[in-house]
Write a protein that binds this ligand. Structure first.
Ligand code: NAD
Length: 360
C-alpha cells in the first residue's frame, strides 16, 4: 500500500502521538480534531483552538504540533499531565453557536477524561461554559463555576520568575532594578508582567498595536515608556519580553538584538527551533525557553483539577525560577541551546515515569 508522507498515521508516528480523534457532526457543522500526544504522566490537557484552516491537513499538522508541545510543557513543569490539544475547523465569528460547542463537548466527554480541554485562540469563556454542560473534562471555566478564571496573572508571574533567573545568570543578580525591559504586547500577560517589573524598579518600555491596550497599562503606571510597535528588536534594551506573537526570533530580528536576555510569554518565539536556538547561543543572548516560563497558565489549569487554589498555583509557578536556572546552567556547561536542554529534560521525565509504569 502506498502511504503518503503526510498521511495522518505517518505524521502521528513521526511525532509519537498516541491517539487522534476526528470529530464530525453535519447537523451542527462541527469538524474537529483532538490530538492526544502522550498520557504517561497523566491525562492529556490542552486548549481547543478554533481557526479557519486552509485545509484539513493544515489543521491536523497544527493539532499534532501543539499537542506535542503540551506534553513537553507539562513534563518540564513537574505536572502530572500529558499533552493534548484540539482544533475546530471554521470561522469562530460565523459558525460558532451553543449547539456546535455542546456537540464538541460530547466528543470530549466520549474520551472519558483521557483528554481535558481548555480555552485557546478563537474560543471564549462562554464557549467553555457550553462545553462544560456536556462534560466534566474541561478547565479554565469561570470562578463562579468553581474554575480558576483568567490564568494570565499566574502566567505573568511565571514569566517574571524565568526572567529573574535569566538576570541572575547574565548579571549575577536576579534584581531587575534599573534594567531596560521591553514588553512587546500589553495584553493580558504583558499587563500583569509590567506590574511585577515596575515593582522591581525596572525601566519598563511597552509596545502594542492598540492604543487602548497601552492606555490600560499607562493609567496604572504613568512612568512606563511607550515605544513604537515597529521593529522593536533594534531597540536599546537589556531584556526583551515577547508577549504578543510567535516567531519574533528569526533571521531578521536576531542579528539586530542588543539585549542580553529574551524572556517572554509568547508561544513558539523561535521561528525555527534548531536554527534560531543556535543563533541565540552564537550571539551570546540568553533565551529562556517560552514553553517553560509561560507554563503558569497550565499550572493554573492543573490547580483547577485538584480543587482550585490560586496561592498554590502561584507557588508552583515560582518553581519556574529554579527550573530555568537548571536549564541555563546546563546550556552553559554543554553549549547546547536552551530550548534543546528543556526538550531533553521533558523527554527524560516522561521516559523515567514510563519505565516505572512498565516495571509494575
Ligand atoms: P492578549 O491577546 O491579551 O495580548 C496580546 C497583545 O499583543 C494584545 O494587546 C495585542 O494588541 C498585542 N499585539 C499583537 N500584535 C502585536 C505586535 N505586532 N506588536 C505589539 N503588540 C502586538 O494575549 P495574552 O493572553 O496576553 O497572551 C500573550 C502571549 O502569551 C500569546 O502568544 C499567548 O499565546 C501566550 N500565552 C498566554 C498565556 C495566558 O495565560 N494568557 C499562557 C501561555 C502563553
Amino acid at each position: 500500500m502506498d502511504i503518503q508522507a503526510n498521511a495522518p498515521l505517518v505524521q502521528m508516528d513521526k511525532m509519537g502521538h498516541e491517539q487522534i480523534v476526528f470529530c464530525s457532526d453535519p447537523s451542527t457543522g462541527l469538524k474537529a480534531i483532538i490530538g492526544i500526544h502522550n498520557t504517561v504522566l497523566g491525562p492529556a490537557l490542552g486548549g481547543t483552538r478554533m481557526w479557519m484552516y486552509a485545509s484539513e491537513n493544515d489543521a491536523l499538522t497544527d493539532v499534532l504540533r501543539l499537542s506535542r508541545g503540551m506534553s513537553y510543557k507539562a513534563a518540564i513543569s513537574g505536572l502530572n499531565l500529558g499533552g493534548g490539544k484540539a482544533v475546530i475547523i471554521g470561522d469562530s465569528r460565523k459558525i460558532k453557536n451553543e449547539a456546535l460547542m455542546r456537540r464538541f463537548g460530547t466528543f470530549v466527554d466520549s474520551l472519558g477524561g483521557k483528554y481535558i480541554t481548555a480555552e485557546d485562540v478563537g474560543m471564549t469563556t462562554k464557549d467553555m461554559e457550553y462545553i462544560h454542560m456536556e462534560t466534566e473534562h474541561v478547565v479554565g471555566i469561570p470562578e463562579s463555576l468553581g474554575g480558576g478564571g483568567d490564568p494570565s496573572p499566574v502566567t505573568a508571574y511565571g514569566v517574571y520568575m524565568g526572567m529573574k533567573a535569566s538576570a541572575k545568570k547574565a548579571y549575577g543578580s536576579e534584581s531587575l532594578q534599573g534594567k531596560r525591559v521591553l514588553v512587546q504586547g500589553a495584553g493580558h500577560v504583558g499587563g500583569y508582567l509590567v506590574d511585577h517589573l515596575v515593582k522591581d524598579g525596572a525601566h519598563v518600555m511597552i509596545a502594542d498595536i492598540f492604543e487602548n491596550k497601552i492606555k490600560e497599562v499607562t493609567d496604572r503606571h504613568p512612568k512606563v515608556e511607550v515605544v513604537s510597535a515597529d521593529n522593536v528588536s533594534a531597540l536599546e534594551m537589556d531584556i526583551y519580553a515577547p508577549c504578543a506573537l510567535g516567531a519574533t526570533l528569526n533571521d531578521d530580528t536576531i542579528p539586530q538584538l542588543k539585549c542580553q536576555i529574551v524572556a517572554g510569554a509568547a508561544n513558539n518565539q523561535l521561528a525555527e527551533e534548531e536554527k534560531h536556538g543556535k543563533m541565540m547561543i552564537e550571539r551570546g543572548i540568553i533565551y529562556a525557553p517560552d514553553f517553560l516560563i509561560n507554563a503558569g497558565g497550565l499550572i493554573n489549569c492543573y490547580s483547577e483539577l485538584e480543587g482550585y487554589n490560586r496561592e498554590r498555583a502561584l507557588e508552583q509557578a515560582e518553581q519556574i525560577y529554579d527550573t530555568t536556572m537548571t536549564v541555563l546552567d546546563s546550556s552553559q556547561a554543554s553549549g547546547k541551546p536552551t530550548y534543546q536542554i528543556a526538550n531533553e529534560m521533558a523527554e527524560q521525565r516522561i521516559e523515567k515515569i514510563a519505565q516505572i509504569h512498565r516495571s509494575l
